[in-house]
Write a protein that binds this ligand. Structure first.
Ligand code: ATP
Length: 431
């Protein structure tokens, strides 16, 4: 695996990820996805949605609002409990999360640290025109709560029986004390969460099921098993709502770190919302003829952390005739562009045919076009952004056979295919 700086600079140079507000010097903990990054991250989210919602009979989706009734966060425990211990360095004035620095002295300058102070990491905002206390609201620090407060709506409208799940992809916000490691720890990020509701007593079995399901998902989309592990939490690491939790971890250049948490949240959240709202959130079990409050298993993944993991996992530098080539070996469904169309030269007749080929492919696949510099360099440029296939239009195409060459990113093998068959060939290759 490569180091983080190599990926950060590739991301900037090729337009995957930029610092937010870069012209103003950036803004700590916020990132913008460029033209390639937005495709990559969309593909990650779509791969997740396909596996979690489309392919399963037992999960449906929602898209909840970011700002919710402030009582939500009192009931969920976040107003009282979503706090981090903050320490300042008395000498260099830098701030750190006490549990991240661990020791007694500043990791930057060795200075003495203050006693920890507790700090709530929810972002506050004001709803309505008057900045008064009554109008204080929070930017959601996790997407989960809109699923819990919609549990009854979804269950009744879809007439689901336990066990069933509700999935959501959406933004979450945390005023992290020490954002960093590129997009790994940001202040605005996206989560991909399932809340899976089960009968009490079956929760531990379902918890194990979800460990396997989620590990399989990363491997299905190309994460190397050697870069992935499941780490059960120690009891003192557990969040206030969890009975048990295990993290899916990726072997980042800065060490094994969390990609996803899979927690047994018990009936904590539904119980709290029932109590604070006065609504009956129990489920009526028709077999047992009784009301039950479901237990919840929560696989909670970060779209940005996964995207970063897919980038790091795909990066390879390998020797070739001209020195070395950089390849992002993305899974085909994850790759930002599927095909690049390259005329062998900028001769007008080649460009006309190449642009026609590009137009034929665009309705079916994310396709790009490049006619600048030598063909070898253009192959390199596509390898470096992970495009699985290049299509080359040459003199033979226009003068003789109306066929083009398809070059494979991984094997570098080339095959000749008639233009008329190109869409069908790619449909098969990219399926
Ligand atoms: P950490 O211990 O790294 O702060 P966490 O245990 O607080 O993470 P969860 O509350 O379990 O994280 O959130 C679920 C997922 O959301 C994480 O696995 C991660 O992928 C993502 N996530 C959480 N915080 C951030 C962040 N600041 N930046 C990017 N992604 C995040």
């Amino acid at each position: 695996m490569t180091d983080l700086d190599t990926i950060v600079s590739l991301c900037k140079r090729r337009g995957f990820i930029f610092q937010s507000s870069e012209v103003y010097g950036g803004f700590g903990g916020f990132w913008d996805y460029g033209p390639l990054g937005v495709e990559l991250k969309r593909n990650v989210k779509e791969a997740w949605w396909r596996a979690m919602v489309q392919e399963r009979a037992d999960i449906v989706g929602i898209d909840g609002s970011i700002i919710m009734h402030p009582q939500t966060w009192v009931a969920s425990g976040h107003v009282a409990g979503f706090i981090e211990p903050l320490v300042d360095c008395k000498r260099c004035k830098q701030r750190f999360r006490a549990d991240h620095v661990g020791g007694e002295v500043c990791p930057e300058c060795g200075g003495e640290l203050t006693e920890p102070r507790w700090f709530n990491t929810m972002f506050k905002t004001f709803v309505g025109p008057v900045e008064e206390d009554a109008a204080v609201a929070y930017m959601r620090p996790e997407t989960a709560q809109s699923i819990f407060v919609n549990f009854k709506n979804v269950q009744v409208t879809t007439r689901r029986k336990l066990p069933f799940g509700i999935a959501q992809i959406g933004k979450a916000f945390r005023n992290e004390i020490t954002p960093g490691k590129f997009t790994f720890r940001s202040r605005e990020f996206e989560q991909m969460e399932v809340e899976y509701f089960v009968k009490p007593g079956t929760d531990e079995e379902w918890h194990r099921h979800w460990f396997q399901e989620r590990m399989n998902w990363y491997i299905r989309y190309g994460i190397k098993p050697a870069n992935l592990r499941l780490r059960p939490h120690d009891p003192d690491e557990l969040a206030h709502y969890a009975k048990a939790c295990a993290d899916v971890e990726f072997n980042f250049p800065f060490g094994w770190s969390e990609l996803e948490g899979i927690a047994n949240r018990t009936d904590f959240d539904l119980k709290q919302h029932a109590q604070y709202s006065g609504e009956d959130l129990r489920y009526y079990d028709e077999e047992q003829k009784e009301h039950v409050l479901p237990f919840v298993i929560e696989p909670s993944a970060g779209a940005d952390r996964s995207t970063l993991a897919f980038l790091l996992n795909a990066y390879e530098e390998e020797p070739d005739k001209e020195g070395s080539r950089v390849v992002l070996r993305f899974h085909k469904q994850i790759a930002p562009y599927k095909v690049a169309v390259l005329p062998l030269s900028r001769k007008e007749n080649l460009v006309t045919v190449a642009k026609d080929v590009w137009a034929r492919l665009r309705p079916h696949f994310m396709t790009t076009y490049d006619d600048a510099q030598s063909i070898g360099r253009r192959y390199r440029r596509q390898d470096e952004i992970g495009t699985p296939y290049c299509v080359t239009v040459d003199f033979q195409t226009v003068e003789q056979d109306q066929a083009v060459t398809i070059r494979d990113r991984d094997t570098m093998e080339q095959i000749r295919v008639p233009i008329a068959e190109l869409v069908d060939v790619f449909k098969e290759k990219l399926a």
